[in-house]
Design a binder for this molecule. Sequence first.
Ligand SMILES: Nc1ncnc2c1ncn2[C@@H]1O[C@H](COP(=O)(O)OP(=O)(O)O)[C@@H](O)[C@H]1O
Ligand SMILES: O=P(O)(O)OC[C@H](O)CO
Length: 494
Amino acid sequence: MTRHILAIDQGTTSTRAIVFDDRTRVAASAQAEFAQHYPQAGWVEHDPEDIWRDTLATMKGAIGKAGLQPADIAAIGITNQRETAVLWDRATGRPVHNAIVWQDRRGAPLCARLKEEGKEALVRAKTGLLLDPYFSASKLAWLFDEVEGLRERAEAGELAFGTIDCFLLWRLTGGKVHATDATNASRTLLFDIHAQDWDDELLALFGLPRAILPDVRDNAGLFGETDPDLLGVAIPIAGMAGDQQAAVVGQACFEVGSAKSTYGTGCFLLLNTGAEAITSDHRLLTTVAYRLDGRPTYALEGSIFVAGAAVKWLRDGLGLITHASQTDDMATRTGDNGGVYMVPAFVGLGAPHWEPDARGLITGLTLGTTAAHIARAALEAVAYQTHDLAEAMEQDGAAKLTALRVDGGMAANDWLCQFLADLLDLPVERPAMLETTALGAACLAGIGIGLWDGPEAVAALDRALDRFEPHEVAADRRALLDGWRKALRQALTD
Ligand SMILES: Nc1ncnc2c1ncn2[C@@H]1O[C@H](COP(=O)(O)OP(=O)(O)O)[C@@H](O)[C@H]1O
Ligand SMILES: O=P(O)(O)OC[C@H](O)CO
C-alpha cells in the first residue's frame, strides 16, 4: 500500500484538497469556491465557517475520489492564504467576527499614524515587513478597537488569534492545538524574524494582548492529530506553511538565488536568500521562506495584490468573459495591446510602491478598443509588475535571475507565460502540475513524518516542465514598459 498525503490549500477564493501518493503524483482533488464579502470600499472579509465547511467537504471529497479511506492518509499538510486574521473564542471555537482578509485596507489609518510617529524603521528591522494594512496586526488592532468587550475577553485568555492555517489546525484537532508555523507568523507584523519569536514591543505598538498568540513551530513536524470524530481516524498534521512559501518548497527553490512566482488571486515573487535575511533598498519584504530543524531560510518577496483577481473582475465585475481561460485566446487574437494599459490597483498597490490608497485605472481607450484589448491589458499588467519586482531584486544585489519558475491558477495561461518570458527576457518554466502550493504542503508533511529526509529528497522528485523561451525584441520591450510606467504614474498621483 502506498502512503498517501493529503494537502489542504486554503486560498483567497477557493479551498482545495489534493491527495498525493508517495511520489507526489496527484491521486485526486476536490475544490470549492466560497463567498467574498465586501462590506465597504477597500474592505474584504471571509466567513471562517465557510472556510471550515469547505475544508472538511473537500478533504472527504478528495479522499473518496482517490478511492481511499481516511485511514490510508499517512499525514496532512496545510497551506493557506497568508495574513488573513481570525479571532475566535477558545471555549466554543466560534469566531468573534468574520476573518479580515489580506486584501482588506481598513488598517490603513493606524499604519499611517505609526509611520508618522517614525515607527517604520523599528518594524522593518524586526519583522522584515513594512507598515502596511496588508499584514495581520492592524486588522487585529481594528477588531480590538471596534468590537466591544474583546480586549477584556482577550486579556482574560478567552480568545485565540490565528491566520487561516492556525484556525484550521485548531478545528482539525478539536480545539486541542493552538499553533502556527514560522512562515505564517512572519506575516503578522508581530514576529521578530531574527529572534524567531513574538515581540512585546511590536505587540505594544499595535495594542495587542500576548495571550491571543499561538505557538510558533517549524514547517515540518507533528503539529497535532485530527479529532477522530471528524474522519473516523486520527491523522497526523505534519506540515504547514503560508501558500507562497509552500510554493517555494513545491517548486524546489532550495538553492540560494532560485525564485518562483505564483499567480493566484495576487502574485508573489519569492527569491531564496539562504540563511541571510537581506534588507531590500526597494521596499521588497524580507520573510521566512521555511524553517526546518529550527533553522530559518529567508527570502526576499515582492507582493502584487492583484493578478488573477483582475481576470476574475473581468468575469464577475464587467461580464466581459464567462471563463478566465478565455483571456488567453483574446490576448492572442488582438495581436497588440492597442495602446491600452490597466493598472489593477483595486486594493491599492503592493511592492515596490506600497500605496494603500492608489486605485485602479485603464488608460489609452479609443473607439477601436475591444473587450480583447482590456483582457490583454489585465494579463500584461501582471507581467509588468513581475518585471518591476525582478528588477528591484536585481538592483538589491540579491541575484540576477536566470529563469523564472511560475505556478498558480493563472499560470495555466500560455499567452501570459510567453509574454512574461519576452518581457523579462528570461526563460519561464512552468511545472506540468500547477498546484505547487499544495505540493509544497504535502512535501512538508512528508518530511514531517519521515517519508522524505528533507529538501534534498524533495528536490530529487521528478518534475515535468513546460519552458517558454524569450523572443521579443528589446525595442518592443522598452516601448511596452514605457506605456506601463506612464499609466502607473497616473495611478500613483491620482
Ligand atoms: N487560464 C487563466 N487565465 C487567466 N487567469 C486565470 C486562468 N485560470 C485561472 N485564472 C485566475 O487565477 C485565479 C485562481 O488561481 P488560484 O491559484 O486558484 O487562486 P487562489 O489560490 O488565490 O484562490 C483566479 O483569480 C482566476 O481568475
Ligand atoms: O490566495 P493566493 O494564492 O492569491 O495567496 C494569497 C497570499 O498568501 C496573500 O499574501
